[in-house]
Design a protein around this ligand. Structure first.
Ligand code: COA
Length: 206
């Protein structure tokens, strides 16, 4: 049971990260596959993400999951809100009875620095990269990317310009949060994060 990280956020909301060490057969006996995934490792990630839904809430009704045009999976009656992410050998899921949620996990790599101009605006570069050397901090850049991806998934309706609509305002290292303003819905959001040795995790609920 390689649960890598588990967090009971409150009475109604739970989060888990799974380190995938199982074969596909293990998940296939327990989890329905909701879309065709040809690549074997991506299929394993997909199944592990779904598996976590019931791991967190045993009465989670897999069979009712639908996929929106934006590709966001959802339950039509909103019995649960949920969000799934996977990266490498990890799958992360957040499930809530009463809050809209978004989650993202990433493995930090320097590649993210080559696209940072596509997702960070001028104010964010000034705010988060105080000195020249920190502009080559791939852990920080991956964290900011992951934070924005979690907001994108929380919103779920697509059509989000990461530079224009998602404004990361301030990082609070003491409680592992980032203040954010999302202009599409005029929402002040608190993005929560954790940084592990080889992994960054970010989530939003509201
Ligand atoms: C859809 C997207 C969020 C998926 O992210 P990813 O890093 O490729 O993959 P992740 O593993 O983190 O997430 C995949 C999961 O997200 C969920 N998902 C897919 N589309 C979604 C959407 N529109 N909203 C919310 N969740 C979504 C699904 O559960 C999916 O897993 P599953 O199919 O196995 O159930 C991402 O590809 C995307 O489009 N991001 C926006 C990119 C963008 O606009 N960038 C602009 C700045 S450069």
């Amino acid at each position: 049971m390689p649960i890598f990280f588990q967090h009971k956020i409150d009475e109604n909301t739970r989060l888990g990260v799974w380190k995938i060490e199982e074969t596909e057969e293990f998940f296939k006996g327990n989890v329905p596959q909701h879309r065709d995934v040809t690549h074997p490792h991506k299929r394993l990630q997909h199944l592990a993400g779904r598996f976590l839904l019931q791991y967190l809430f045993p009465d989670f009704p897999f069979e009712l999951i639908q996929i929106a045009d934006t590709r966001k999976p959802f339950l039509p009656d909103e019995q649960y809100h949920f969000s799934i992410s996977h990266c490498g050998d990890y799958a992360a899921t957040i499930v809530s009875r009463n809050s809209r949620v978004g989650i993202d996990i990433e493995i930090p790599t320097s590649k993210v620095e080559t696209i940072m101009h596509k997702f960070l605006n001028r104010e964010e570069k000034q705010q988060f990269y105080k000195s020249r050397s920190t502009t080559h901090d791939s852990r920080l850049t991956t964290l900011l990317w992951s934070a924005k991806e979690s907001v994108f998934k929380w919103y779920g309706d697509g059509g989000v310009d990461f530079r224009e609509h998602i404004h990361l305002l301030k990082q609070h290292e003491e409680n592992e949060t980032i203040e954010c303003f999302f202009s599409k819905t005029n929402s002040d959001l608190t993005i929560h994060y954790r940084q592990f040795e080889h992994l960054v995790l970010a989530w939003v609920l509201n």
